[in-house]
Ligand binder design. Structure first.
Ligand code: CO
Length: 666
């Protein structure tokens, strides 16, 4: 079914009411999901989407992506927002434009394959809450992982978009694994599953313009479903790739509003509207309306998020992607992880080890969750391996991958690594070859049981089932059973702007370091006053000594954090930024850390998932004592010696730093 795809210019004058093009390119806007996920670590709040929602609804987007991907995790973990509520709230403002979500197939919006009952319930609830388009992908392109969710999508009458994760092992399309035949074969598989559209999902920005042309041309010859291209700007090729994709007959493209575009995000919509204006592919969008939306985003919204933008580099592209064929977000995650472990000097070793680990693990595409799985295992190898032993610390997820719990890898896993990973693996040492979820026990009834008295409805239960540790914390905040920490609260525009003013002053040299002065301890009973002097304000504490009030301290509002302590945009590592309230940290005071015995220290920063033992229990050397989540990967930490657990210093959900003493064995 080849067709004539030439782009031809009909007229060039601009009018917002211009007549419709013969074959307009359809656009999905990603600002409200992938845009802030790529640039601002998915920290966008619902309240900051509402001011542009009604205007965006008028643009004429094919769909707007509002949900899924990392939003579900980030919202309940870092923003104290109910993810389900976002769909319902935004639906009140978007009356015409369909909503799209990114669904990680059987991984849903998490990092492992979930059981069928949970997968079904999740999709049903997403439909019930208002989702219209399910952009569905599997990190291994193993479509057996679609078999549970796709029938639920189809039966609900919503749109099933099947994705092919685009990945490479060579600098350009080709080689033994990821060549044009591979992508055409995958497109045919999706077509056979009844995909309403097919998306080429280039999460790393690897797709070169002429490769896009060739792939789309080849796929178009074989399938009739509309072709949708998702390509990140990271490497700098995406705008060129868009244009060649249009020439090859692509039907739908992904863009962001300009302030949320480029860098690790996507090309902007505005230049594309102008590029296609007056052609037979004209989007028909009103450029002035787009400008109006941009104005609100720039002035009212983005100042609140600016501090999250990674501006450590002048360049807005990352040529490492061209050099290493790995997603930019994954690289910044690795850099972040190495920095937290004081091992940034090992970065070159990580670059060298990464392709080896990826090959050992079956040359899998690198996209959540496989990018984290390969990335963290690479870091573990570089930090913990020695000349005598490789794969000394294998993450739980690598073990699951070796067992087959993620699906079939593009090429077989290195049998030696597989054997080592599966030694003592609880489900068995022989890997499975069936559809992964077939070996998973139902999960929902257990979640219902465990959230009795806390969860109020099925949405709460599904949230908890996917994220038991952080989900439980969130439900306690939601229902007022625990107070949410300051770190998850929203920043106001005023706060953000005064912070920016302060930065400007520092840059202009108007604020200098004052020499430290001895001052008495500030007591809890000090009364606080805000004192304004011209543009500055000071927090003043007044405390009584011997009956007469004296000023005991004056301090300026807290300075913005230095840039290097701010997480790079794509990084959404497990440990929350350290809570300012020290009291929230567990107090190892009651002897534990000082007790006689062998200490099990955290080999990396992370969050405690669980202790396998209680105080007083015996443990054998090598048995798993603690499960520690680092960068969303589980690390099983073995007991260094045999003995009795004499101290446990943290509890499930606590964040720990590298070298914190987790427990003591005596
Ligand atoms: Co993306």
């Amino acid at each position: 079914m080849s067709e004539h795809n030439d782009v031809c210019i009909k007229k060039t004058e601009y009018s917002k009411d211009r007549s419709k093009a013969e074959k307009p390119i359809k656009i999905m806007d990603l600002t409200l999901r992938d845009g802030h996920q790529s640039l601002f670590a998915t920290r966008g709040r619902t309240e900051d989407m509402i001011p542009v929602a009604e205007m965006m609804d008028e643009v004429g987007f094919w769909a707007t992506e509002t949900w899924g991907g990392a939003t579900f995790d980030t919202m309940h973990r870092f923003l104290n927002e109910d993810p389900w509520e976002r769909i319902r709230t935004l639906k009140r403002y978007f009356k015409k434009t369909p909503f799209s979500m990114l669904l990680r197939a059987q991984n849903l919006v998490g990092y492992r394959n979930y059981a069928d009952d949970l997968a079904k319930a999740f999709v049903e609830r997403a439909v019930a809450n208002g989702m219209d388009v399910f952009r569905t992908f599997d990190a291994l392109n193993d479509y057996r992982n679609f078999e549970t969710v796709v029938p639920v999508i189809k039966e609900s009458g919503t749109h099933f978009q099947g994705c092919i994760c685009y990945t490479l092992t060579e600098p350009r399309l080709g080689g033994k694994v990821y060549n044009i035949d591979y992508f055409v074969k995958k497109a045919k598989e999706l077509d056979a599953m009844g995909a309403d559209s097919i998306c080429l999902k280039d999460m790393a920005g690897l797709m070169a313009p002429y490769d896009a042309y060739n792939i789309i041309t080849a796929i178009k010859k074989e399938v009739s479903a509309p072709i949708h291209l998702h390509t990140h700007f990271t490497s700098g090729m995406a705008s060129m790739t868009h244009l060649k994709a249009i020439e090859a007959g692509v039907d739908i493209l992904d863009t962001c509003m300009a302030p949320y575009a480029y860098r690790t995000s996507h090309p902007a919509i505005e230049p594309l509207v102008m590029s296609l204006l007056g052609t037979n592919k004209d989007t028909g969008f009103d450029i002035k309306l787009l400008a109006g939306i941009n104005e609100v985003l720039e002035k009212e919204i983005l100042p609140k998020y600016r501090h999250l933008l990674d501006d450590t580099k002048v360049s807005i592209i990352d040529i490492n992607v061209l050099l290493h064929q790995t997603p930019g977000g994954m690289l910044s995650n690795l850099v972040n992880q190495l920095r937290e472990m004081d091992a940034l000097d090992k970065l070159d070793e990580v670059y060298a080890e990464l392709p080896r680990v990826r090959k050992d693990l079956g040359q899998i595409p690198l996209v959540t969750p496989t990018s984290q799985i390969v990335g963290i295992q690479t870091v573990n190898n570089v930090l913990f391996d020695d000349e005598n032993e490789r794969y000394k610390m294998i993450t739980g997820q690598v073990k699951d991958l070796c067992y087959g719990l993620y699906g079939k890898t593009a090429v077989p896993i290195n049998p030696e690594v597989q054997k080592k990973a599966l030694k003592g693996y609880p489900k068995g040492e022989v890997p499975i070859t069936c559809r992964p979820a077939e070996v998973l026990e139902p999960e929902l009834s257990k979640a219902k049981e465990e959230t009795k008295g806390l969860a109020v409805d099925i949405d709460d239960e599904v949230l908890y089932a996917m994220f038991p540790v952080t989900g439980k914390k969130f439900l306690k905040w939601k229902y007022g059973k625990e107070e949410a920490p300051e770190t998850v609260k929203a920043r106001s525009l005023d706060q953000a702007l005064s912070e920016q003013k302060l930065i400007a002053k520092v840059r202009a040299g108007k604020i200098v370091d004052k020499p430290e002065k001895d001052k008495p301890e500030k007591s809890e009973s000090a009364r606080k006053f805000k004192v304004f002097v011209d543009d500055d304000y000071f927090d003043i504490g007044v405390e009584e000594i011997g009956g007469s009030p004296v000023v005991s301290y004056i301090q300026q509002p807290q300075m913005p954090r230095p840039q290097n302590s701010i997480m790079p945009p794509a990084a959404a590592p497990a440990p929350a930024p350290p809570a300012p309230v020290a009291a929230a940290a567990p107090a190892p005071a009651a002897a534990p850390a000082e007790a006689d015995g062998t200490r099990l220290k955290a080999p990396m920063p992370g969050m405690i998932i669980e202790y396998t033992k209680k105080i007083g229990d015996s443990i054998e050397k090598g048995d798993i004592a603690v499960l520690l989540e680092a960068m969303k990967m589980e690390n099983a930490l073995p007991a260094p010696v045999s003995g009795k657990i004499i101290a446990i210093n943290y509890k499930s959900g606590d964040s720990v730093a590298k070298d914190d003493i987790l427990c003591v064995i005596g």
